[in-house]
Ligand binder design. Sequence first.
Ligand SMILES: Cc1ncc(COP(=O)(O)O)c(C=O)c1O
Length: 428
Amino acid sequence: MSDLLQRDSQFVWHPFTQMQTAPEPLPIVRAKDAVLYAADGREYIDCNSSWWVNVHGHGNEHIAKAITQQLETLDHIIFAGVTHPAAVELSERIVDILPANLTRVFFSDDGSTAVEVALKMVFQYWFNQDISRHRMLALDGAYHGDTFGAMSVGQRDYFNAPFEKFFFDVDFLDFPVESNHTHLLSQAEVLFSTNEFAALIVEPLVQGSAGMRMYSPTFLDALTTLAHKHGVLVIFDEVMTGWGRTGTLFALDQCVEKPDIVCLSKGLTGGVLPLGLTVASDEIYTAFLSEEKVKALLHGHSFTGNPLCCAAALANLDLFAHPMTFENMARIAHQHALFIGELMPHSGVVEARQLGTILAIELKDPTDRAYFSNIRDVAYAFFLERGLLIRPCGNVVFLNPPYCTSNAQLDQAYQAIHDFIETLSIPD
Ligand SMILES: Cc1ncc(COP(=O)(O)O)c(C=O)c1O
């Protein structure tokens, strides 16, 4: 065991990891564009953009320059009672690229806190007006983060079982598929008609942790419209779908009916520094204005509006203003579609799905074969051997690569996915 791994095993507690049985972590010492360099000199393509964050790849010079300049000017400053140019410019530019009704930007640290803030906003919106609306509606299979509020509106399963009794009550609608749209909408109508619902929260168009499950903008439009008809606020959690992943800058760009709150994080800083934003409508913001201090949103974090994070986010916006970013997104989407066309139908695949730069291959899980009982771990190891960092979600192998990933690098990933499926294929 190398010195680094030895020290890691002695002192570090990794996320989502059973420390007793997990294999050694991959020691990565350097990264550039889509490639990660390991301590032993091996190279890996970062096929999942390091948990969806590094949308432009690693070591982007424009982002690095912006952070360096900001560091030399103003590194950090309290954000209560103080403001600074980077936060103000970021707020202006974020409001500019979002739907016209979203006008107020609240800063936090990551995706979970962006969601947590959104939940506090909607509950307090009603509280401040002395209106009793306490119920929340979410979609079955949702994932909105790992803090308590975010867990409450997410799928209840073994990930959060120890905490479940501390969650607030949430109603869940079944995941929308073509055949249940009408049924779900009438269920939602019945629930909303109680006038007890504070808000609806969704991952728009794609549920990530549920295995890249995709649903139509038509359904989301109908659900959002219904919510609005009954005065229910709508939160789009774009933490994962934002920054080009679904083919448009935000998933909401594919919807006609717009949400009242949007949560952003992950690719917001090009994946270089942690930052969360909760962007709310003027109507929500206005409900917090009062002579009474207790009606304010009494929430904040030490790093709220950190200037370095804001500078990285501004540089990210510059990159999205460049046509090259959208050309690369379209190129990757096209390559994904070609791969699906070549792969399907395949006896080892339940379904191949794609939206924008997200490619998901749902594998048949041959649980009757002990070796493959844990398909995710087997696949993960297989791909590492092939120089690819791909973290499947259960039996769903997915790619969401940085937009600088070349066609040759994509081909390397497609070939490995194809070969892995071959190892699984059960003869008819
Ligand atoms: C849709 C969604 N919301 C929220 C989160 C939580 O973000 P974070 O991990 O930055 O706290 C995630 C993370 O994967 C996510 O996919």
